[in-house]
Design a protein around this ligand. Structure first.
Ligand code: SF4
Ligand code: SF4
Length: 148
């Protein structure tokens, strides 16, 4: 739930691209580059949390991650549903799909639009590569099954 005045991705393009080009869950760093909790939240709390960039522990990034969807057993390592847990569970096996960033309520919309507008074709290329790999594995599976 970011603030109304948000991070300008053009002003930090180099850093954004550095993070997006690294094979490691990017959501925590994108959260920290964002504007923080909106003053317009509807939570029934007295404390002023405006601008807080902390992880809310909502688990959206964990639920959307394709690595964890393919290998749900990884989640047995921890009950935590934070960005730190995502980093522990996925680490360098990250597909760089950026779904965790797009699903995080603490990441600025401006950063999400930057990813959708500038990185979508590249993401689709990577995903297509994965599909081709999976299809090859499937062919191998059928070949082996047929040979039984
Ligand atoms: S959702 Fe995508 S970018 Fe995020 S950690 Fe999982 S594979 Fe990596
Ligand atoms: S999606 Fe939720 S759990 Fe993940 S980093 Fe954002 S606030 Fe934290």
């Amino acid at each position: 739930m970011p603030r109304r005045i948000q991070t300008d991705p053009e002003r930090m393009e180099k850093v954004l691209n550095m993070i997006l080009d690294t094979r490691f869950p990017p959501v925590a760093r994108m959260r920290l580059l964002s504007s923080g909790f909106s003053e317009a939240h509807t939570l029934d709390i007295k404390e002023d949390i405006t601008g807080t960039k902390a992880c809310l522990g909502c688990g959206n990034c964990i639920d959307i991650c394709p690595v964890l969807a393919r290998e749900p057993m990884r989640k047995n390592k921890t009950q935590q549903r934070t960005s730190m847990a995502l980093e522990t569970l996925v680490g360098e096996d990250c597909d760089r799909c950026y779904a965790c960033v797009l699903s995080c309520p603490q990441v600025d919309t401006t950063i999400k639009y930057y990813i959708v507008n500038r990185r979508n074709i590249e993401i689709m290329g990577r995903m297509e590569g994965r599909l081709i790999e999976d299809e090859l594995d499937l062919d191998l599976f059928f070949e082996e099954a047929g040979g039984l």
